[in-house]
Design a protein. Sequence first.
Length: 138
Amino acid sequence: MKSFRKELHFNLPDRRGLVNITDEVQQAIADSGVREGLALVNAMNITASVFINDDEGGLHSDYETWLERLAPEKPYEQYAHNGFEDNADAHLKRTVMGREAVVAITEGRLDFGTWEQIFYFEFDGRRDKRVLIKIIGE
């Protein structure tokens, strides 16, 4: 069995942002040489998320609106966690959206359903963050 590891690095200019990373994951699969296996893609920071869904602008806007209702950024003093950094809402948003995605690899390609794409969602940006891509298989 082969094993391959790659990191993606992000430093988004805004507090929140959404990035489609599907092409980068597919490139990592090509680089790995794995034809049949699994790809794990996970955010390596507790205030960011990796998830799978549709790449549609209205849906992306809906995420922002929905998550802000669930865990509003302000007022900062509503959260016990806030103090050194005012990012408690980012931790909660990450919990809702999830840490990772696991996708089957078939014939060297991501084995997706219709419209599925992989996204990195940043909730507390403006600093270096990482995403791990771990590929195993034959």
